[in-house]
Structures are given as structure tokens and as C-alpha cells.
Ligand binder design. Structure first.
Ligand SMILES: Nc1ncnc2c1ncn2[C@@H]1O[C@H](COP(=O)(O)OP(=O)(O)OP(=O)(O)O)[C@@H](O)[C@H]1O
Ligand SMILES: [Mg+2]
Length: 221
């Protein structure tokens, strides 16, 4: 099976009692296969982060079906859903969500602590951190890194898991051109090795011919 992610007619609104309902996704459908690197381009507030969360099994849509690695995360128990995410989905969050009390090596290794590792993940973790130019900072906590450096640590953490699906929220948002290229090369390589990547961004420079566009929760090609 080559299909890694399928999103069918997904609608998501944020509802809070006493507040106006915000519809963030409207009838969105897309699919990603192994080897795909696809961009979703859209302005701030268009629903990009919401789309990533719904795609990755972190935010239940109101309507529609999400299938990740052949399974609908929202049809599973929360435990099985966590397992599906841990095995198959890597996130690079817009706010990174690094752990403040761990140094960057331990942050990158953190997801591996939950599972049984057949090989020692540390050498590869170090390799990834070095690749992103942070080899001399292994024992620094995230608070001592620049925002762009934290972003690269978050990407190293996601890549170490070798997920089938990588979901990256503005992965070059805080980077200069050279580091942006470094990150995009790593994502491209990941896709070439058989992964599927969705990058959501408002960076026009990243737009490719087969990008999706998201405007006001509506996805078009
Ligand atoms: N928890 C929430 N409660 C209410 N509204 C929300 C919530 N999260 C997001 N929204 C609204 O949903 C819409 C889509 O938000 P989302 O974060 O998906 O946009 P985005 O495209 O990622 O924006 P940005 O480029 O600024 O990160 C926005 O109008 C936002 O205000
Ligand atoms: Mg966002």
C-alpha cells in the first residue's frame, strides 16, 4: 500500500459556549502517498495548523474521515490512537513543544524512551543534530537556543522516529536561507526514502507547482 494519509471531507469548527463558532476547515480532502512532499500554502488563520492536527490524530474533526497508515485514528481507543501516532506520525509543531528541562540530545531522544529500541538511537540522534549544525550544543537546554535552532531540534526529533508521515508546521518559518535549505533538503530526502511529508506554510518561496492552497478553511489545488 502506498497511501500514507487520506483525508476525506473533513470539517472542523472550534466551538466554545458563549463565543462565536470559528469554522477552520470546510470539507477538506487530500491524500499523500509514500514519496510525496506536498505543501499546503495559506495565509495566517486559514486553518493550516488545524489541518495538521486533524491529519495527525491529535484533533478530532466534526465530520469526515482521516486515514493514517491504513487506520482511522479517531475510530480507535485513545491508547491505540497514541500508538498509531507514535509509530507512524512525526510532528514538527509551530511552537516546537520541546521539553524545557531536557538538553537538546534528550529532547530528540525523548520519543524513543517509550518504545523498545532494537538499536541504540543515540548515534543517529547525534548525527541528525550535527546535520542541523547543532553538534556542539548537545547538552544545552532549549532555552539557550535561538528560535531557529529550536526549530531544527524539533525536526531532528521528528526524523529520528522514522515515521511514515511527517507533518511540519512552518518548518522554515524562523530560518535564514541557508538553514531553510538544510531543512528542506532533509524533508526532501525523507520523502525520497519513502516517507510522506506535508508542510504547511505561508512562505510563498516554498510554493511548488503541486501545492495545495488553503483559504478560509477551503483547500484547493
Ligand atoms: N482553539 C481554538 N479556539 C477557537 N478558534 C481557534 C482555535 N484554534 C484556532 N482557531 C481559529 O481557527 C482558525 C484557523 O486556525 P489555525 O491555527 O489552523 O490557522 P493557521 O493557518 O495555522 O494560522 P497561522 O499561519 O497564523 O499559524 C483561525 O481563525 C483561528 O483563530
Ligand atoms: Mg498555524
Amino acid at each position: 500500500m502506498t497511501e500514507v494519509l487520506q483525508i476525506e471531507n473533513v470539517t472542523k469548527a472550534y466551538r466554545r459556549r458563549g463565543r462565536e463558532t470559528v469554522t477552520a476547515l470546510r470539507d477538506v480532502s487530500m491524500r499523500l502517498e509514500r514519496g510525496d512532499l506536498r505543501y499546503v500554502y495559506g495565509p495566517s488563520g486559514s486553518g493550516k495548523s488545524t489541518l495538521l492536527l486533524c491529519a495527525g490524530g491529535l484533533l478530532r474533526p466534526d465530520r469526515g474521515v482521516v486515514t493514517v497508515a491504513g487506520r482511522n485514528p479517531y475510530a480507535l481507543t485513545s491508547e491505540a490512537r497514541s500508538q498509531l501516532r507514535a509509530r507512524h506520525v512525526g510532528f514538527v509543531f509551530q511552537q516546537f513543544h520541546l521539553m524545557p528541562y531536557l538538553n537538546i540530545l534528550d529532547n530528540v531522544l525523548a520519543p524513543t524512551l517509550a518504545g523498545v529500541n532494537t538499536v541504540d538511537p543515540r548515534p543517529r540522534a547525534k548525527e541528525l543534530i550535527e546535520r542541523f549544525g547543532l553538534g556542539s550544543r548537545l547538552d544545552h537546554p532549549p532555552s539557550e537556543l535561538s528560535i531557529g535552532e529550536r526549530q531544527r531540534v524539533a525536526l531532528a526529533r521528528a526524523l529520528l522516529q522514522q515515521p511514515q508521515l511527517l507533518l511540519a508546521d512552518e518548518p522554515t518559518g524562523n530560518l535564514d536561507d541557508d538553514n531553510g535549505r538544510l531543512v528542506m533538503d532533509a524533508l526532501r530526502e525523507f520523502a525520497q526514502a519513502g516517507g510522506a511529508v506535508m508542510v504547511v506554510t505561508h512562505d510563498r518561496g516554498l510554493r511548488a507547482s503541486d501545492s495545495f492552497h488553503l483559504v478560509d478553511g477551503v483547500l484547493t489545488t
